[in-house]
Design a protein around this ligand. Structure first.
Ligand SMILES: C[S@@+](CC[C@H](N)C(=O)[O-])C[C@H]1O[C@@H](n2cnc3c(N)ncnc32)[C@H](O)[C@@H]1O
Length: 209
C-alpha cells in the first residue's frame, strides 16, 4: 500500500486502513470470482488501485457531486475512488449480479457509506450524475451512447466521462466522433505498467448538446 501513499501523500490514516482492508477483501473475493486476472493479484495496489486513482490525477470531484461507474466488475475504479473522495457519492453498476454482490459486501465490510452498487445494464440506468468513470468495458463508439444522457444539466468544464484506457486511441476516438482529451498516466506515475495507460476525458457537451 506504500505506493498509494507515495503518489497520494495526503491520504489520512483512515483512508490507508481502508485501502489495506480493501486489498484483503479483494484478494479473498478474487479467489471465488476471478474479479481480476489471477496473475495480477500480487500487483493489486499498483495495477488496480493506483490505476483506478489515476482519474484523481486528472480531476478532483467536488464534495457533494455524484459519480457513476459503468461496468465496475469487482468495483474498479469505483471502490478506490470512493475511499479517496469520501464526500462524493458513487454508484457502481454491472450487468453481472455476483460481481455486484461482492462489491456490496466489500463496501459494507469497509463501512463505505458513500457507495451504492446495482446489478443493471448501463443502457438501463435512469438517474443522472455529474461524472461517469469506467475501465475496460467497451469501445468509446459503443460505450458513449449508453451514458450520453445520464448527465445532470448543470455541468461545467470538468463534468463528463473519465475512461481508463490503454494503447493508441487515435482510431478509437476518431471512430466515436467525440471530442476527447487524452491524459497520459505516465506523466504522474513512474512504474512501467503506466507507460501506455491513459485517462480519456470526454466532456458532457462533446456530442454537441
Ligand atoms: C473487463 S470487465 C472490467 C471490470 C472493471 N471495470 C475492471 O476494470 O476491473 C468489463 C465489465 O463490464 C461489464 N459490462 C459490459 N457491458 C456492460 C453493460 N452494457 N452494462 C453493464 N455492465 C457491462 C461486464 O459485466 C464486466 O464486468
Amino acid at each position: 500500500m506504500d505506493i498509494l501513499a507515495r503518489y497520494f501523500p495526503d491520504l489520512t490514516d483512515h483512508q490507508k486502513r481502508h485501502f489495506a482492508q480493501l486489498e484483503t477483501e479483494f484478494r479473498s473475493w478474487n479467489e471465488r470470482l476471478n474479479l481480476v486476472a489471477r496473475t495480477d493479484v500480487d500487483n493489486l495496489a499498483e495495477r488496480h488501485f493506483l490505476h483506478s486513482l489515476g482519474i484523481a490525477k486528472v480531476v478532483q470531484f467536488p464534495a457533494g457531486s455524484s459519480v457513476l461507474d459503468v461496468g465496475t466488475g469487482g468495483g474498479l475504479p469505483g471502490l478506490p475512488l470512493a475511499i479517496l473522495f469520501p464526500e462524493v457519492k458513487f454508484h457502481l453498476v454491472d450487468s453481472i449480479g455476483k460481481k455486484i454482490r461482492a462489491v456490496q459486501e466489500m463496501a459494507h465490510t469497509l463501512g463505505l457509506h458513500n457507495l451504492t452498487a446495482e446489478q443493471t445494464r448501463a443502457e438501463q440506468v435512469r438517474a443522472k450524475y455529474d461524472y461517469v468513470v469506467s475501465r475496460a468495458v467497451a469501445r468509446l463508439a459503443t460505450f458513449h451512447p449508453w451514458i450520453a444522457h445520464r448527465y445532470k444539466s448543470q455541468g461545467d468544464a470538468t463534468t463528463g466521462l473519465y475512461y481508463l484506457k490503454g494503447g493508441d486511441l487515435t482510431e478509437e476516438i476518431e471512430e466515436s466522433g467525440l471530442i476527447a482529451h487524452v491524459h497520459n498516466l505516465s506523466d504522474y506515475f513512474q512504474e512501467e505498467f503506466f507507460e501506455t495507460k491513459k485517462v480519456v476525458f470526454v466532456p458532457t457537451t462533446s456530442d454537441g448538446r
